[in-house]
Design a protein around this ligand. Sequence first.
Ligand SMILES: [Fe+2]
Ligand SMILES: [Fe+2]
Length: 310
Amino acid sequence: MQAMQTAATERYAKCIEVSKRVRWDIDRDVIRGRSFDASKKFLPDGLSKVDTLEFLGRDEKRLVSQIQGRTYSNMFGLVERYIGAKVLEISREHWMGDQTALEALVRFTDEELKHQELFRRLEAMFGPEMPAGYSFMPKPNDVAGAVLSKSTWAVLALTCHIELFTLVHYRQSIEPDAELSELWKDVFLFHMKEESQHAILDELEWQRENAKLTPEQRDAAVSDLIDLVAAVDGILQVQASADTDYFLRVCGRVFDKAQVNQIKDSMLRAYRWQYITSGVQDERFQKVLGGMITETQMKRIGAALAPIVS
Ligand SMILES: [Fe+2]
Ligand SMILES: [Fe+2]
């Protein structure tokens, strides 16, 4: 037990060390007086899946990538509201205990507050670059209230999944795409640098929480996680529909019914890939989750995900 505690303290300490080293400032390091280059894409093809819409021209595909890129930025600002609150809440368990763990979680919360400010700044910057009429539907406090009503185990599972897909998206899709707006790309480079530590801390806190649960409590927490994923999917359906309508209003031409349906489908498929599938299929996430739950519980999650990932 003592050895395990020491190993955990070392991991928290490492997160603090890296957090101090990579720490960045919104204006000085990220924005640097720049604006988004609207002649370039925001979200890379690997995430936007826009290539499946063969009837769209180059400019139209770029517009889809910009709409999705704006939503992508807003989605992070959205989830960071509940993540910051949750991390602050669980930090309580370290108040009189491991001060290294406490410091790591305080830095984590501080970084998420900064990220929310960054994403609010970006939303204000997207406005003048893009046609009027975009709206981001979910409200951060409503979503945070719903998420935080679930068990800590499930909330940490969802959070770990989000912070891991942030890393995967940057490394696999954003970094290799040479045609993206430089500012947009930098935002997610800097974001990822701090998210790397968050993913480690999520894992540590999730495992600590897992160790406290009885099998019955864990089974209920699995149900909570399934509910949370369904709630995320509900948000994606609403936003995919809003973003499709916005695209159709501002793209400058009329599509036939079959094409409209294809755009709609592709938008939802892209969002499900971005915010659910790419995270749950991540090897690191699978390994941590698989180490905590039974095969039956894993099957239960798989069945709930089936309609979303297909
Ligand atoms: Fe963040
Ligand atoms: Fe984070």
